[in-house]
Design a protein around this ligand. Structure first.
Ligand SMILES: *[C@@H]1O[C@H](CO)[C@@H](O)[C@H](O)[C@H]1NC(C)=O
Ligand SMILES: *[C@@H]1O[C@H](CO)[C@@H](O)[C@H](O)[C@H]1NC(C)=O
Ligand SMILES: *[C@@H]1O[C@H](CO)[C@@H](O)[C@H](O)[C@H]1NC(C)=O
Ligand SMILES: *[C@@H]1O[C@H](CO)[C@@H](O)[C@H](O)[C@H]1NC(C)=O
Ligand SMILES: *[C@@H]1O[C@H](CO)[C@@H](O)[C@H](O)[C@H]1NC(C)=O
Ligand SMILES: *[C@@H]1O[C@H](CO)[C@@H](O)[C@H](O)[C@H]1NC(C)=O
Ligand SMILES: *[C@@H]1O[C@H](CO)[C@@H](O)[C@H](O)[C@H]1NC(C)=O
Length: 337
């Protein structure tokens, strides 16, 4: 057989392939990729000035094979967009709102991502995780986030968000974790935050939140409650409820809190308590001995009296207790009679 005849089927195949990709991209070139998702992703790439980080997003190829995104194995719709540690600058493209089946949206560790959160994300009716952190987003936290009612995880930490926290956020009834820490938030903690799901992990630390802690927060049984490094004042004793069963970590350190610790009834579930650097007075309640504490810090307050002895308290050195008005007994110096 002559060589040209032998090659004929192969060249025919090549011809078909190139016409399929060059002339009619819609016929097969996108593979499993939904054309509408494809279009949205192309718009995202363009808005971000075609960054190297999205080099795998090659035009007229199957977006289900691209990096940074994921397709649902059954519907083939894009359900994840996770942009992490790339050399990307500019704003979060509003076209992220055109990926209607997104469940996870992440922009993380991107120092050059600035601006605000696009309102278009309220179109994402399946969004469970929204994580925009270690970016340089600024301005107020938008109150339209309350429309993302399917969210279970919201992380806006390590940004430049300022202004007060929208009370509206408590509309997010399915939220299991809220990270607003490491921003420049001011104003008080909304009273409405008592309406969150009881066991929510709540991180509001490293802001400039002021005023008293709303009593409603005591209605929560937060597994983790971190209000440290703000300028909160007044009574925080209402956060401690003996009938709480989930509360594990409470960090109120470095605020201006002022209340009598003697009267506090700790939940049995508590394993980590940091109330250091406040203006807390009274003494350490005896029933603290019954707790299975891994961490305790009551230093830099105005406490007095004998440190209870026994239980886990033996495992803490004097740095857990020092710089108080007149706390005494081991591991500090003995009490004067
Ligand atoms: C941020 O942008 C500046 C200026 O273009 C650039 O030098 C720097 O590498 C970028 N950083 C990151 C983490 O992308
Ligand atoms: C990031 O990209 C900018 C231009 O787009 C470039 O000037 C800079 O060197 C890059 N930085 C890194 C860390 O690659
Ligand atoms: C925000 O930008 C500043 C200055 O460009 C940079 O030093 C800082 O690391 C950025 N923040 C984050 C969280 O990346
Ligand atoms: C709650 O959020 C909506 C937008 O989603 C806004 O129109 C409304 O005014 C907000 N309400 C309050 C009390 O902030
Ligand atoms: C815990 O006790 C408080 C009164 O101190 C009460 O209002 C609240 O309903 C109780 N919570 C649970 C879960 O029993
Ligand atoms: C804490 O203990 C260390 C060593 O155990 C001791 O050197 C130090 O003086 C103590 N400080 C206070 C304030 O008791
Ligand atoms: C308690 O907090 C003080 C003040 O921040 C710190 O110096 C000390 O090391 C801490 N001790 C423990 C055991 O965490």
């Amino acid at each position: 057989m002559n060589i040209q005849l032998k090659l004929l089927p192969y060249s025919l195949f090549l011809l078909l392939l190139s016409s399929a990709t060059l002339i009619s991209p819609s016929l097969g070139a996108l593979g499993k990729c939904n054309p509408s998702d494809y279009k949205a992703l192309m718009n995202i790439k363009k808005s971000l000035n075609n960054p190297y980080h999205l080099a795998s997003w090659v035009p007229n190829t199957d977006c289900c094979n691209w990096y940074v995104v994921e397709c649902d194995p059954n519907t083939n719709r894009i359900n994840q967009l996770t942009v992490f540690q790339g050399n990307i600058s500019g704003q979060i493209p509003s076209s992220v709102g055109d990926l209607p089946y997104l469940e996870t949206l992440v922009f993380r560790h991107l120092a050059n991502v600035t601006g605000s959160i696009p309102q278009s994300i309220t179109k994402l009716k399946h969004l469970k995780m929204l994580r925009l952190s270690w970016t340089n987003l600024s301005g107020p936290i938008p109150n339209f986030l309350n429309q993302l009612t399917t969210l279970t995880y919201l992380d806006l930490s390590f940004n430049q968000f300022s202004g007060s926290i929208p009370p509206n956020l408590s509309d997010l009834k399915n939220l299991g974790t809220l990270h607003l820490d490491r921003n420049k938030l001011t104003g008080s903690i909304p009273e409405s935050f008592g309406n969150f799901a009881a066991s929510i992990y709540l991180f509001l630390s490293h802001n400039q939140l002021s005023g008293p802690i709303p009593k409603s927060l005591g209605d929560l049984d937060s597994e983790v409650l971190d209000l440290s490094r703000n300028i909160l004042v007044g009574d925080a004793s209402t956060l401690f409820k003996p009938n709480h069963t989930v509360a594990r970590t409470i960090d109120l350190s470095r605020n201006q809190l002022e209340f009598d610790l003697t009267k506090v009834k700790f939940p049995k579930s508590l394993t980590s308590l940091d109330i250091s650097h406040n203006k807390i007075f009274g003494g350490i309640p005896e029933d603290i001995i019954g707790l299975d504490l891994q961490l305790l810090n009551v230093s830099y307050n105005r406490l007095c009296g004998q440190i209870p002895t026994g239980g886990k308290l033996r495992s803490f050195d004097n740095t857990s207790f020092f710089h108080n008005r007149c706390l005494c007994g081991p591991p500090l110096v003995g009490c004067k009679q």
